[in-house]
Design a protein around this ligand. Structure first.
Ligand code: PLP
Length: 347
């Protein structure tokens, strides 16, 4: 597929900002009006916080490239995957003209990113098993549909999307297929990363916010064709990823075994939580989960949500997205017990 033909004209024509640290990272640096005397912060990592960071995150991308076994030219780092969602809309969707397809119910930021950019969205519902209805998707597509957002495992329904459906869309949809794998580590099933080799229109989003336990550092990334990576680097803010974030993530990658341990423990706790939820008589359905959260159905969900909040137990009311459903993240055993005890009392 010719990616260029999908890109907004102003982005193709754009002469990107050339940043000082994009040109030089070493030397007698008198080019960026930084404070050459140093920083007010005593930086134990010796990161030279008085200097702007590398706009291309070369060190982090090198480390990530070897960790994933994916070429660096196929990697882009964002301020969370949320930044990449927004950039994708801005690269491909002409405000007021183009549109994006969103498979509802799903993660709310896809629509918000489109709304902010004045790009209309077409909602196509997932089926009863929360899988894509390909015929409905193709039927909803217009000549101005540039993006399809697929969240797998999906938030808030927690299930994996069939890889065959995603590949069907990559093959037949004449636009960009964004596969958000924020929760992929928890499902232990094959990722779409390998499909990027064959399909230049697949963009796989990943994040350090979930399994890696780094939501506070704000770092996500995507794996896609070098053509799309170049476009992302062309339009992003010059110094989006700060030096502290890069260093924390480089350190984290070396501790991937700890991440794997978290995933095991969280999945173990998830099974416990599912088993216990199923034993509560007022709970009508507990959906299977490929993620680190569980969707369950009960009567008066909003009421239960508020009552739990009063007790200091904070979950998510998702009943406006999936009828009568609440979503709970898997916590530690102690947190899960507290949640279950309060819930048992309420239902
Ligand atoms: C499906 C999905 N994608 C992306 C994100 C945001 O990730 P990040 O923290 O990397 O911006 C979330 C956060 O909850 C999510 O549920």
């Amino acid at each position: 597929m010719k990616i260029e033909s999908l890109v907004r004209e102003n982005i193709l024509k754009l002469k990107p900002y050339t940043s000082a640290r994009g040109d030089f990272l070493t030397g007698v640096l008198l080019d960026a009006n930084e404070n050459s005397f140093g920083s007010v912060v005593n930086d134990e990592w010796h990161l030279e916080l008085n200097r702007y960071p590398d706009p291309f995150q070369n060190s982090l991308r090198n480390e990530l490239s070897s960790y994933l076994n994916v070429e660096k030219e196929k990697l882009f780092i964002g301020v969370g995957s949320d930044e990449i969602i927004d950039l994708m809309v801005r690269i491909f969707c002409e405000p007021k003209i183009d549109n994006a397809i969103i498979l509802e119910p799903t993660y709310g930021m896809y629509k918000v990113a489109c709304d902010v950019n004045d790009v209309s969205t077409i909602a196509v519902m997932l089926d009863e098993s929360f899988q894509p209805q390909l015929d409905k998707i193709y039927h909803a597509t217009t000549k101005n549909t540039k993006l399809i957002f697929i969240c797998s495992p999906n938030n808030p329904t927690a299930n994996m999307i069939n890889p065959e459906s995603i590949l069907d869309l990559a093959e037949n949809f004449k636009g960009i297929v964004i596969v958000d794998e924020a929760y992929a580590e928890f499902c232990g099933k094959p990722s779409m990363i390998n499909a990027v080799e064959k399909y230049s229109n697949i963009v796989v989003l990943r994040t350090f916010s979930k399994a890696w336990g780094l939501a506070g550092v704000r770092c996500g990334y995507c794996i896609t064709s070098p053509e799309i990576i170049k476009l992302l680097y062309k339009i992003k803010l010059p110094y989006n990823i700060n030096k502290l974030t890069s260093q924390v993530v480089i350190n984290a990658l070396k501790k991937f075994k700890q991440k794997d341990k978290f995933v095991k423990e969280i999945n173990w706790e998830k099974e416990f939580l599912i088993k216990e939820l199923k034993l509560i008589p007022g709970i009508k359905k507990v959906f299977p989960s490929d993620s680190n959260f569980i969707l369950f159905e009960c009567e008066n969900p909003t009421n239960i949500y508020h009552k739990l909040t009063e007790k200091g137990i904070i979950i998510r009311d998702r009943s406006n997205q999936v009828k009568n459903c609440l979503r709970v993240s898997v916590g530690t055993r102690e947190q899960n017990e507290k949640f279950l005890n309060e819930l048992r009392d309420l239902i």
